[in-house]
Each structure stands twice: as C-alpha cells, then as structure tokens.
Design a protein around this ligand. Sequence first.
Ligand code: MN
Length: 203
Amino acid sequence: MNAMWQSDFDTEVYVFQRAKHLQRHCGDQIFLKEDATGVLCALVDGLGSGKEAEKAAKAVVEAIDANSSLKSLADIVARSNEAVAGLRGAAIAIWRTDWAKQKLIYCGIGNIRFFMVGEDDELVYPISSTGFLSGRRQKIRTQEFSYRPGSRFLMHSDGLTLAGIKKYLYASANIENTGHCIESNVAEVPEDDVTFLMGKMKC
Ligand SMILES: [Mn+2]
C-alpha cells in the first residue's frame, strides 16, 4: 500500500506499508479517523510477524475503532490492551488532535516512532514507554503537545530505519513527494513489516 489517504477535512497523509518478505499477512496495522473536531490516528505493530502478529494488531485496531468516541485517550489504550489478552502482544502509538485548541495528545508503548513539527517550529518527538500491550494491567501515560495548522508529522514502525528525520519534516516538497522520498529507503523485500505515515495537519 502506498497512497494518499482521502481526508474530508484537508488533512494530508501519505500511507506506506510493505509486509515482511512481501507476505500476505502484515503485523503492522493502522487506524485513521477524522471528523470536524480532529483526527484519531494509530499505528500498531503486533509482536513478531505473519498471521498471529496481524491478528493481535487487528484486535487492537478494532478496539480503537469501537472505543474511538471515549474522551480519554488513556481509556482507549486501556481497552486496546484488554483486546490482546490471549493473543500476541503489540506495540502502539496513538494520538488525537483537537483542531480548535491545536493540541495533540500522544500515547506510545513500544517501538513505534512519532515526530512532529511543533508550534514554535521545533521538532517534537515524544518518547514512548517501554513494553507493549499484553493484556496485563499497566500504567498508561499520555503527553500533550501544541502544533500549528499545516504542521508536518511522521510516524513509523521499527521496520523502517531512517536517518536525517528533519529533512523530511521540514521539506518544502508536498506530502506525497516527501512520502516517495522516504519510501526509497525501504527494501524491495523487507526483513520486517514496514509502515509509515507522512502527513500534514489540517490548515
Ligand atoms: Mn516491527
């Protein structure tokens, strides 16, 4: 998969995904939902790869979808955690924007990376908690950041190794072209599931 996500609200997101060894099952799954108030976006990496990893990651995405109307992001993550009980674990990075306040709430557990250009043009990169969703109770920490309309962001799973993050986040090229540049760093036949979302907040 490599395509611009279709937004009804001028948010721009280029989504890329390629499964380990080009397998049919992908352990990385994404969630993207937008309404007039903001975006809810998540990337989930099921432990390992193949069918079982995909099953765990899909269970998390389904839980996010079913609970997306909950006010608290931590509560959505708690429901997602319950969803992988008895399955493989999963890493998660999830965030929600509030268009009116120009704020972003972030929660990350495990090895997914998220970068954003903040309100003063500084690079924002929240550090995720160690561990993964496992179904066992765990502390869920969220962080809040401010951004500006048009702020760029990049989120990617650990299947992508990327040097020089800043050149993509501060690029003058449009989102799709920036996405293609990042894509050129991905192996034709990757050794892990690779997913990234390169985007730009609604102007
Ligand atoms: Mn991975």
